[in-house]
Design a protein around this ligand. Structure first.
Ligand SMILES: Cc1ncc(C[n+]2csc(CCOP(=O)(O)OP(=O)(O)O)c2C)c(N)n1
Ligand SMILES: CC(=O)[C@@H](O)[C@H](O)COP(=O)(O)O
Ligand SMILES: [Mg+2]
Length: 642
């Protein structure tokens, strides 16, 4: 249901409408925009605190810049709700992240104001720099290019790489560092401490006031303004400050820190910065969750809280009378602590997802053995490799989609050296409302082709625990375990752990009409399909393969000797996945059978709830039943029966 906007916001469909208002009106527009975000996200879900924190910045940027000609790139994009609302999507915002609705992230195909598709972190400076260099080449000297990047995203390697390059390109780029001291969890690392030092140090504050003074004077200086600014900057920033400022050392002109919630001052500063060419960085200090007291207070919880009562702040629970099975991430978080109590070599590593992965349980219980390394997937993997060279058994927990960042590290630093690193790939399969940037679609395929890698996926919580137990044993080598976002299926999951023979599948049910081979949690859809088929008089055999590599060849020989119809099911891309492995086995061993591979097809699948997306791709229980019918098993069986 569409939420009603305030009186001023209602008049703004595009930035051109915003520009008709006076600077004095901007404060009210910010309030209305903030309220609109609260009203909508509370009933619709989605990211919350980050968008609230950049309301003033968003309004000021669209007020000052000539978007979409001027190019504005949001890093990650989870903070861009205000931007969406001001750029033609106020009326569709109630469909944000809903199946067939608008995306929760900036997306080029959705709007010309969305200059760059995002979802993964730390890309904005590179993208904006590419745009700036292209503009320079095309002679568009009046064009502005702005990257808005959070302090969390600034910890990512790509951001450093882009600053390193940007500093020597004389192109027109402004990096706005939105510093709220938070990633999803509290931000970590030396850069964070440096930024805090800048924000709190007296000399920097004095410098900030000086620079503000200069900026207020710029507009009065006429055509020679730029030269004047250079001179004054040299005077103010010369000597120690210039040499000691990290960004200045990388040849970005540093401005700030300034209050990122003072919209009028932001407008002034942004207007002034427009006249200064070359690479610049404006350091804005903001509060994540600004304007919604509970979100300001518990910023991690309100990063993406789910549905909530906007008056009381009560977060709504799912409507279920049944006791809920735990989230896979919590099974991981509790199990790693249990294992680490027994095995002193175990360590935990997460790149900036302590809460999302539940490694925070171990970080709390064993702070010297569990590490949040910042938004740095590549580093997380190679750091784990380093630990493994010293006899440790690191569990490196990375969302499947973010592991794409660290592929070379998995191959070069772990697999080739056959190091004992356990990769726990959370959010594997469809991620849900975050959409295509976050779907964990590819890991079965990208892990399967790496030598030495064991590739596994549990069908339930007990299996996850057993795989974790198996993986931490001596000399296992690289071992990946993938599991999905959300809840498992077992309420009673804390059972004693036992080792699983690597490469061993298990039979879920025997049958004679068709063989269904599944891997991972999606096997539970196959279980439902089998029940439905049984009620129609069709009897499939169902195997939980557990491992995409090594495959259980004994089981596969039995399957292809017995069945002419085989269906493989995985919550991952079809190309190169477990089904492909099965077909390769069939061809290599000269079997012939009708094989239907179910999984994610070779296209970009948009956002929606996981079951909606499984259904769209034909591998929910209904889709599996349909595939059985397609193989004409029903007809054969019925004729046999009759
Ligand atoms: C490559 C990658 N790793 C991890 C994430 C998950 N993630 C999304 S937002 C976020 C925190 C970003 O912090 P910051 O940039 O400071 O923005 P804020 O939420 O504070 O506004 C993280 C870790 C991601 N999107 N991309
Ligand atoms: C923007 C981003 O990348 C994260 O906030 C992500 O949406 C978290 O996903 P989960 O909710 O599955 O932890
Ligand atoms: Mg932040």
């Amino acid at each position: 249901m569409e939420v009603k906007a305030g009186e001023f916001l209602e008049q703004i469909n595009y930035p051109a409408d915003l520009k008709k208002f006076s600077e004095a009106d901007l404060v009210r527009i910010c309030n209305e925009l903030r309220q609109f975000i609260v009203d909508t996200v509370s009933v619709n879900g989605g990211h919350f605190g980050s968008s609230l924190g950049v309301v003033e910045l968003t309004v000021a940027l669209h007020y000052v810049l000539n978007t979409p000609y001027d190019q504005l790139v949001w890093d990650v994009g989870h903070q861009a709700y205000g931007h969406k609302i001001l750029t033609g999507r106020r009326h569709s915002f109630h469909t944000n992240r809903i199946y067939k609705g608008i995306s929760g992230f900036p997306k080029r195909s959705e709007s010309e104001y969305d200059t760059f598709g995002v979802g993964h972190s730390s890309t904005s400076i590179s993208a904006a720099l590419g745009m700036a260099v292209a503009s320079q080449y095309k002679g568009e000297t009046d064009r502005q290019h702005v990257a808005v990047i959070g302090d969390g995203a600034m910890t990512g390697g790509m951001a450093f790489e882009a600053l390193n390059h940007g500093g020597i390109e004389n192109s027109n780029i402004l990096v706005i560092l939105n510093d709220n001291c938070m990633s999803i969890d509290p931000n970590v690392g030396a850069l964070k401490e440096y930024l805090t030092d800048i924000t709190t140090s007296k000399s920097y504050n004095r410098f900030r006031d000086d620079i503000s003074y200069v900026l207020t004077k710029i507009s009065d200086l006429g055509p020679n303004a730029h030269e004047m600014v250079k001179k004054v900057e040299k005077t103010i920033k010369g000597g120690l400050l210039k040499r000691s400022n990290f960004f200045e050392a990388l040849k970005f002109r540093y401005f700030g820190p300034i209050d990122g919630h003072d919209v009028k001052h932001l407008v002034k500063v942004l207007n002034d910065l427009k006249d200064i060419p070359g690479p610049k960085l404006l350091h804005c200090v903001t509060v994540k969750g600004k304007g919604y007291a509970l979100a300001e207070k518990d910023q991690t919880k309100w990063h993406s809280p789910g549905l909530f009562d906007k008056i009381t702040g009560e977060i709504k629970k799912t409507n279920s009378d049944k006791p809920l099975a735990p989230k896979y991430q919590d099974v991981f978080g509790n199990t790693i602590v249990e294992l680490a109590e027994q095995n002193k070599k175990i360590m935990g590593v997460t790149p900036a997802m302590p809460s999302g992965s539940s490694l925070n349980i171990m970080m709390k219980a064993m702070p010297d053995r569990a590490f949040d390394v910042g938004i740095a997937e590549q580093h997380a993997v190679t750091f784990s490799a380093g630990l493994a060279t010293q006899g440790m058994v690191p569990f490196c927990n990375i969302y499947s989609t973010f592991m794409q960042r660290a592929y070379d590290q998995v191959v070069h630093d772990v697999a080739i050296q056959k190091l004992n690193v356990v990769f726990c790939l959370d959010r594997a399969g469809f991620a849900g409302s975050d959409g295509p940037t976050h779907h964990g679609a590819y890991d079965l395929a990208y892990m399967r082709c790496i030598p030495n890698m064991i590739v596994s996926a549990p069908m339930n919580e007990e299996e996850l625990r057993n795989l974790m137990f198996t993986a931490q044993q001596e000399n296992m080598g690289p071992f990946s375990i993938r599991y999905p976002r959300g809840n498992g299926v077992m309420v009673d999951w804390r059972r004693p752990m036992k080792a699983i023979e690597v490469g061993k599948a298990r039979m879920i049910c025997d049958g004679e009409d068709v063989a269904i081979l599944s891997i991972g949690h999606i096997g539970n859809e196959a279980v439902k399909a089998c029940l439905e088929l049984n009620s129609e008089g069709i009897h499939p055999a169902h195997y939980d393969m557990r491992f995409a590599k090594p495959l259980d060849e004994t089981v596969l020989h039995q399957v292809f000797s017995k069945f002419k119809n085989v269906i493989t099911v995985e919550d991952g891309c079809i190309q190169g996945g477990m089904g492909s492995a099965v077909i390769e086995f069939m061809a290599d061993n000269n079997y012939s059978a009708n094989v239907i591979r179910l999984g994610i097809p070779d296209k970009v699948v948009e956002h929606g709830e996981q079951p909606e997306l499984w259904a769209e791709c034909g591998y929910d229980s209904k889709g599996i039943v349909k595939s059985v019918e397609k193989l004409a098993v029903s007809r054969t069986t019925k004729s046999i029966a009759s």
